[in-house]
Design a protein around this ligand. Structure first.
Ligand code: PLP
Length: 318
């Protein structure tokens, strides 16, 4: 994993959340700033649990980035972001945000789960630490939970005692499955990139689809930055359907090849409605603020034939 992310060293964990929690507890004690959307569990950890320990946490949405400097001035020393983010696939400029964080002696920690190390290497762009939920693309078969933290030896090794004493060690059997899966990571992700691009382009033409959020589409707001910092656009697509939440649920139920599940990054295609799964922990108001709607569906494109996946999506939309 260190080699894949161009890091000095890597530390494995029993889940992505374990890697995040240990990193926040060790490096985020003076305050944490979370930029943009993030996995619902991350938002809950930073919003509900970490503050109980007296650690200040702050949330800046993508359109509030001008507030970053004042939070850094006030003392927060860890900036955290996902890019592409979950579930709206918002793109953040890693280089620019790293420079801003460094100007105040803060660290930039990037959750690179959605991109995978095949498509993006945040450390090369100036980030200090990278986190992966190994449960997703790294594991690739939806049969393990794991997490990995990567960066300089100094920053990573100081998290080691937290991992040990919080009981977050990765089980050896799981570590073995994870290292097996890494052998096929590059070919899996390249195929998923290709399939997702074709599917995103096709869905964009469908009148039943209001919006297709995919960083590879030229009219996607973050496309220019994505092109600069990513070598592929990933296998995650979010679509907003015409109609209400019930129409969306009916669409999801009619899909035959996509299994309904909140995970992502596996060989099988998955579908989920963020408001009922990954982001159900947020209040309605928070969902609206983050642009997460009831008619939104998140697709994780697997390794099935691209044409079969398109046929399935089209029949369900019909
Ligand atoms: C982007 C992202 N980061 C972190 C996590 C948490 O990882 P885990 O499920 O391995 O704890 C998830 C889980 O869905 C995720 O999607």
């Amino acid at each position: 994993m260190a080699a894949l992310e161009g890091a000095e060293t890597a530390l494995s964990f029993c889940s992505g959340m374990a890697a995040e929690a240990a990193t926040f507890l060790h490096h985020g004690r003076e305050g944490i700033i979370c930029i943009g959307d993030a996995y619902g569990g991350t938002l809950e950890l930073l919003g509900s649990q970490i503050p109980l320990l007296g650690i200040p946490t702050h949330f800046l949405l993508g359109n509030q980035l001008n507030g970053l400097e004042s939070l850094l001035k006030a003392g927060a020393r860890l900036v955290f972001l996902e890019t592409p983010s979950n579930p709206t696939l918002e793109i953040f400029d890693i280089k620019k945000i790293a420079q801003e964080a460094h100007a105040y002696g803060a660290l930039l920690v990037v959750d690179n789960t959605f991109a995978s190390p095949v498509n993006q290497n945040p450390l090369d762009l100036g980030a200090d630490l990278v986190i992966h939920s190994g449960t997703k693309y790294l594991g690739g078969h939806s049969d393990i939970t794991a997490g990995v933290l990567m960066g300089s030896a100094e920053l990573v090794e100081s998290v080691l005692p937290w991992r040990k004493n919080l009981g977050q060690t990765l089980a050896p059997e799981t570590a073995s499955l994870l290292s097996r899966s890494l052998r096929t990571l590059v070919v899996r992700v390249r195929q998923q990139n290709e399939s997702a691009m074709a599917i995103a382009q096709d869905l964009q033409k469908n009148p039943r689809v209001k919006r297709v959020l995919y960083p590879g589409l030229p009219d996607f707001p973050g496309h220019t930055i994505a092109k600069e910092q990513m070598t592929g656009f990933g296998g995650m697509i979010t679509i907003d359907l015409e109609g209400d939440g019930a129409t969306t649920s009916a669409f999801v139920d009619r899909l035959k090849l996509f299994s309904i599940a909140a995970s992502l990054g596996g060989v099988e295609s998955l579908v989920t409605q963020p408001v009922t799964t990954t982001h159900h922990g947020l209040t309605r108001e928070e969902q609206v603020q983050r642009g997460i709607t009831g008619s939104m569906v998140r697709l994780s494109i697997g390794l099935e034939d691209t044409g079969d996946l398109l046929d399935d999506l089209n029949q369900a939309l019909e």
